[in-house]
Design a protein around this ligand. Structure first.
Ligand code: NAD
Length: 485
């Protein structure tokens, strides 16, 4: 049975749904129709307090469990998520407007991957023994305490688990605040974790806009904050966390280069550029939106790209044949249309698309600009929509310099058949998550995150453990203490 779009109540706190209608009303809009599908309320101070208290209490209990026992809960939750993948995917589509042809394969499934991966690691999170002559020392890997996760709207289920799974595996509790644009999916994650045996309060979900996020981040009882969002929000959250020396992970925006050399397999390169710009209607932080194409293949590349874009099935996201859905919101569509206007007025050449689609829903035609230059706004600022910019280049040296001429550094990709060049280029680009002859793969086994303004810290992989735990060192003297007096 599919889930109702209207949740039982706005928040999942201390093992149950709770409501406080004094909180500001948030209307959840289905992007494909523009119709309201649910109403929730922002968390009031009373709800936040209950989330804090129950989170702190649950964390103390949870940290006393053995790692394998914690892992068992995460593994059970992963299994439940896989069993309910279709219902969770449909809900993700209601929440975000992303087509079911995507959500069935990458949202609840990647969330379950994270729960499995970190559930599997939970039993082997150890310190080490250090022999110091006759004395010795040891380290203990300890949880940080109560963590706050704050999500963006593009991958609500995945983000809630990419943060929650490593946090819980290490023995922390988490309060997760989804984006106010997509508040529905994280509630199901909380419900499932509770059903899988997590103590009440261990993973609380509270709703709200930036003000609720800010209240959570500035609470001195919180040990760590992990944000997925824009650079502007990242600056504020990082600064607020600094007041109490809280640990942070910042997964922020990007303006990533995708470099295509003239020896590349053209169909693979075009496929990579499509994945790097139109998947999730272009609303992916790691997107390769500056597509540098070596001059000799520019026309062939543009011809094949335009031809393959004809194959995009734009329409009802619930129809599994649909491959391109709407923007997440009216506001986001306006932002993207504003960038398209800028592209035109600054002299980029429109190859295809360039306009909103008629009818209901927040659709935009997939858009390609050619002859884009480095100084144009569309080549400098994150657009977060289905807009691909093609920039020409001559030499390897030139393209590396231009690829790096951005304050962002989340991702980068290169397409070439020359294996040495592929590694040489990737070695020189300043970006955290890179791809060779591919784009936007994000398996849980590999670290994910950015350099420069794109972020701090990494999600996924064994590395994430470092970001949700700390080491205590203990020196053990075996002989007498020699004091100077
Ligand atoms: P946003 O920055 O507007 O909001 C992100 C979250 O922060 C929301 O939940 C919001 O309510 C909250 N927030 C806003 N102000 C806050 C404050 N002062 N204190 C605490 N919380 C606050 O971002 P968005 O529009 O939801 O998402 C799009 C952005 O996210 C893009 O820039 C995109 O690149 C980025 N993003 C990054 C990644 C990544 O992993 N690097 C993934 C997805 C999205």
């Amino acid at each position: 049975m599919a889930y109702d779009t209207q949740p039982v109540a706005s928040h999942f706190v201390d093992g149950a749904y709770i409501e406080d209608t004094d909180g500001e009303l948030i209307e959840v809009v289905y992007p494909a129709t523009g119709k309201v599908i649910a109403r929730v309320h922002a968390a009031t101070p009373a709800v936040i307090e209950k989330a804090m208290e129950s989170g702190l209490r649950a964390q103390r209990e949870w940290a006393s469990w053995k790692g394998v026992e914690r892992g068992r809960v995460l593994l059970r939750a992963a299994q439940i998520m896989r069993e309910r993948n279709r219902d969770l995917s449909v809900l993700e589509t209601w929440d975000t407007g992303k087509p079911l042809s995507e959500t069935l394969y990458v949202d609840a499934t990647s969330a379950a991957d994270a729960l499995e991966y970190f559930g599997g690691l939970a039993g082997s999170l150890t310190g080490e023994h250090v022999q110091l002559g006759n004395d010795w020392g040891y380290t203990v890997r300890e949880p940080l305490g109560l963590c706050v996760g704050i999500g963006a709207w593009n991958y609500p289920t995945q983000i809630s688990c990419w943060k929650g799974a490593p946090a819980l595996a290490c023995g922390n509790a988490m309060i997760f605040k989804p984006s106010e644009t997509t508040p529905l999916c994280a509630l199901k994650v909380a419900e499932i974790l509770h059903e899988a045996g997590a103590p009440a309060g261990l993973y609380n979900v509270v709703q709200g806009m930036g003000a609720v996020g800010a209240a959570l981040v500035s609470d001195p009882r919180v040990a760590k904050v992990s944000l997925t969002g824009s650079v502007a929000t990242g600056r504020k959250v990082y600064a607020a966390a600094a007041a109490d020396m809280k640990h942070v992970t910042m997964e922020l925006g990007g303006k990533s280069p995708l470099i295509i050399f003239d020896d590349a397999d053209i169909e693979n390169a075009v496929g990579g550029a499509i994945l790097a710009n139109f998947y999730s209607t272009g609303q992916v932080c790691s997107n390769g939106t500056r597509v540098f194409v070596q001059k000799a293949i520019k026309q062939t590349f543009l011809d094949r790209l335009a031809a393959r874009l004809q194959g995009a099935q734009i329409g009802d996201p619930m129809d599994e044949a649909t491959t391109l859905g709407p923007m997440v919101s009216q506001r986001q569509r306006e932002i993207v249309l504003g960038y398209i206007e800028k592209g035109l007025s600054e002299g980029a050449r429109l190859v295809c698309g360039g306009q909103a689609l008629e009818g209901e829903g927040f659709y935009i035609a997939p858009t390609v600009f050619a002859d884009v230059t480095d100084d144009m706004t569309i080549a400098r600022e994150e657009i977060f929509g289905p807009v691909l910019s093609v920039l020409d280049f001559d030499t390897e040296e030139e393209v590396i310099a231009r690829a790096n001429a951005t304050e962002m550094g989340l991702s980068a990709g290169v397409f070439t058949r020359d294996i040495s060049r592929a590694h040489r280029v990737i070695a020189q680009v300043r970006a955290g998550s890179c791809f060779i002859n591919s784009y936007n793969d994000a398996p849980v086994e590999l670290p994910f995150g950015g350099t420069k303004m794109s972020g701090v810290g990494r999600e996924n992989s064994k590395t994430a453990i470092e970001h949700y735990s700390q080491l205590k060192s203990v020196y053990v003297r075996m002989g007498d203490v020699e004091a100077p007096f």
